[in-house]
Write a protein that binds this ligand. Structure first.
Ligand SMILES: NC(=O)c1ccc[n+]([C@@H]2O[C@H](COP(=O)([O-])OP(=O)(O)OC[C@H]3O[C@@H](n4cnc5c(N)ncnc54)[C@H](OP(=O)(O)O)[C@@H]3O)[C@@H](O)[C@H]2O)c1
Ligand SMILES: [Zn+2]
Ligand SMILES: [Zn+2]
Length: 385
């Protein structure tokens, strides 16, 4: 594969159908985060404008911003766990009113017409979903300059077509709700697909980070037994406190051996290159290992154990709009929230370092940017021209 050299395009001035908004992003691959203004599309038609309250930091933000996925472009404004309050609606909006709390997850548009979109699986759109950040505007529901890629949620506000906006119950804990929009739904969707919604299964969760901890909580609340699988025993007490029934240390052969053939499904959220053959023996016969982490190196899988056990290795990507709303409603009903640490915009680089460091996300925390607070601090705002 040819290495992708990220383009660095200066941000053009706002067009008539755009307004300027503060964002925190990376101006180039090697740079740290800084504040700059971005053009946002003005409200029209079915567009909903919301002021941002909180935005979660997902490991995917780091992968894309560091060109791990070979598709970075700059300036880059990440963030796909957006939570805000509606401040303006377009004339054709029917689903949202001023003042309501809303969320936006990992995509802001899709073709709306293909088999996947019609079935509510917009994330598998045959023509490609439009990611909340770094994506070309191809399906027509993202306004403003068509040449600009989408900018994510590390910003003061956003404008999104109502079909891609989610309702957040007003009495949810807003500070902790944003990460449900990616970390939550990314675990909920495979649990639903692999028949764990009604409980009674044994679910393995590999990688006790932002996604993994939400996986433990959601799988448990559905009524499943949860096996937390981590690289060391450092997170055992934490994983059990979040609901894990069993803790397996993947680097300890005896720990794996003691739990062979116990899981009906394993959700693997590991964010760095790893050997799948470590985890496969934990599966029962005819069971599935679901790949969720955004790793890019190809895997080597030993063939005979697959056949002898009729194991499947599958993948899963976030969740569709309806499923995401179901996930929010499920978390609301069961009072499920990620363990969050709220930070201000000057600590984004630090939070990324926590996720990227040796061992990865040592506290199983979701870092969430308090946007309002960040906007109040002059020193985090773009320099005045
Ligand atoms: N498929 C999707 O739709 C989707 C959606 C969102 C995110 N993702 C991807 O899912 C991954 C996890 O995201 P996140 O936000 O949960 O990240 P995170 O908070 O940084 O957690 C990642 C976890 O992976 C484990 N890990 C890290 N390096 C490892 C290594 N070398 N070997 C084995 N385990 C290792 C660590 O768990 P332990 O300390 O427990 O070992 C770490 O806590 C990322 O790659 C992200 O891009 C995918
Ligand atoms: Zn994410
Ligand atoms: Zn489609």
């Amino acid at each position: 594969m040819q290495p992708h050299i990220p383009a660095v395009d200066p941000i053009p001035k706002c067009q008539d159908d755009e307004y300027a908004e503060v964002a925190w992003g990376k101006e180039n691959l090697d740079g740290k985060f800084s504040a700059f203004n971005i053009p946002r599309p003005k409200v029209f038609g079915k567009q909903v404008k919301f002021e941002m309250l909180y935005c979660g930091i997902c490991h995917s933000d780091c992968h894309m911003g560091l060109n791990h996925w070979n598709n970075a472009n700059f300036p880059f404004v990440p963030g796909h766990e957006l939570l805000g309050k509606v401040v303006e609606v377009g004339p054709e909006v029917t689903k949202f009113k001023l003042g309501e709390t809303v969320g936006v997850g990992c995509f802001v548009d899709s073709c709306g017409e293909c088999e996947s979109c019609k079935a509510g699986f917009e994330q598998y759109c045959y023509k490609g979903m439009t990611g909340t950040y770094g994506a070309p505007k191809v399906h027509g529901r993202v306004g403003g300059n068509p040449k600009l890629r989408t900018f994510g949620g590390y910003t003061g506000s956003n404008v999104v077509h109502e079909d891609y906006v989610l309702k957040i119950p007003e009495d949810m804990d807003k500070e902790k709700t944003a990460p449900i929009l990616c970390a939550g739904i990314t675990m909920y969707s495979p649990l639903a697909n692999w028949n764990c919604l009604e409980g009674g299964k044994t679910v393995g969760i590999v990688g006790i980070g932002g996604l993994g901890t939400m996986g433990i909580k959601i799988a448990k609340a559905m009524g499943n037994k949860v096996v937390a699988i981590s690289t060391s025993n450092k997170k055992e007490a934490m994983a059990k406190a979040k609901g894990a029934d069993v803790f397996v240390v993947s680097k300890d052969a005896d720990s794996i051996k003691a739990n062979v053939a116990t899981c009906d499904v394993i959700l693997n959220t590991v964010s760095a290159d790893h050997d799948l053959n470590t985890y496969l023996p934990l599966l029962k016969k005819q069971s599935t290992l679901v790949q969720i982490g955004g790793v890019t190196s190809p895997h080597t899988i030993v063939n005979f154990p697959l056949m002898i056990n009729r194991w499947s290795v599958a993948g899963s990507l976030i969740g569709g709009v309806k499923e995401c709303q179901d996930c929010i409603d499920f978390c609301y009903k069961h009072s499920i929230y990620p363990d969050c640490e709220t930070i201000e915009a000057n600590k984004i680089d630090w939070a990324w370092d926590q996720l990227l460091g040796e061992g990865g996300n040592p506290d199983g925390i979701r870092y969430v940017i308090d946007i309002k607070k960040s906007l109040q601090n002059e020193s985090f705002l773009p320099a005045k021209e």
